[in-house]
Design a protein around this ligand. Structure first.
Ligand code: PLP
Length: 297
């Protein structure tokens, strides 16, 4: 895998007009090892900021509108200044184009509250080539269910916990992945304290039961998944029903297939939940991944 490629942005307010030299003049590629954040940046000291990770294929970012919708939504939930989406679009395309055109990869963009007291947000992007060819899209993975410690009415009861915002505070999500590995699984599925499927630490959960695709509804306090939205759109074209609702954890064992979905890894089938094998639908995995990989902007 080659080194990540880093870009820094002179973050413009949402209503700023494009500079005469173009938005590209506000995006700077930096050499590996060049410092890009000050030690007092609230993104570094408090995880106070938001991010997005987009899949990249042939140097082009995928599903931009869904990601930018979610970026703006996360920024609003954190009461950050609204991002200038025109500027981010130019930056995103520059970062994606820096990746080798024959490889899959991803671009992570981050927008933090900036240096403490400055009132000026910081922005940066990291373009990374994917490691390997995602064999788990066909082999599948085992997951462990982990208690998230929140009940399914979290969004209503405690919106200050920022359910559904993609914040830079992912230490809990990373700890959950380590716990899943300790339990002999490769990934985790968070479960609410009242027994409903939430999401994986970096992916959305999808189930198939007959001709219906099901995903947990976002009011339970989870992130709206852009890959899940694309999966529902193609499934509807294929004549399948799609529904978002509460999903009791027992339903994972009582379905015709379960996947976790995310922008770079796409659809990964689950082969076992808490060491109990579940049904795997290889044919649907193949079809879904082929559709997801062919997505464009
Ligand atoms: N849920 C969480 C907590 C995530 O971090 C992610 C992606 O990183 C997702 C779901 C899937 O989102 P997307 O399909 O937009 O990548």
């Amino acid at each position: 895998m080659s080194d990540p490629i880093v870009f820094v942005l002179d973050v413009a307010p949402a209503d700023a007009a494009e500079p005469a030299a173009g938005w590209a003049s506000t995006v700077h590629r930096v050499e590996r090892g060049t410092p890009i954040l000050e030690g007092t940046d609230l993104g570094a000291t408090r995880g106070d900021g938001v991010f997005e990770t987009l899949g990249v294929l042939s140097g082009l970012p995928q599903a931009i509108s869904g990601h930018f919708w979610r970026l703006a939504r996360s920024a609003e939930l954190l009461e950050l200044p609204a991002p200038n989406l025109e500027q981010w679009l130019v930056a995103m395309r520059m970062a994606a184009a820096a990746l080798p055109s024959d490889r899959q990869g991803g671009v992570k963009l981050a927008l933090s509250r900036g240096i403490e007291g400055s009132g000026q947000p910081s922005g940066w992007l990291v373009a990374t080539e994917a490691e390997g060819d995602f064999p788990e899209r066909t082999s599948g993975i085992r997951v462990a269910t982990l208690d998230r410690g929140y009940s399914s009415d979290l969004s209503e009861r405690a919106p200050w916990l920022l359910p559904g915002a993609k914040t830079l505070s992912y230490a809990v999500n990373m700890a959950a992945l380590r716990e899943a590995r300790r339990r002999g699984a490769q990934n985790a599925i968070f479960v609410s304290s009242d027994g409903y499927v939430m999401e994986a630490p970096q992916s959305t959960v999808l189930l198939r039961r007959g001709n219906t695709l099901i995903t947990p509804k976002i009011d339970i306090g989870i992130l709206p998944g852009t890959t899940q939205m694309s999966a529902f759109a193609v499934a509807e074209e294929w004549g399948l029903e799609t529904v978002d609702r509460l999903v009791p954890v027992s339903e994972l064992h009582d379905s015709d297939g379960v996947w976790i979905l995310s922008s770079v890894a796409l659809a990964t089938p689950i082969t076992a939940v808490d060491e109990l094998p579940i049904a795997v639908d290889h044919e649907f995995s193949g079809r879904l991944n082929a559709a997801l990989i062919s997505r464009r902007e």
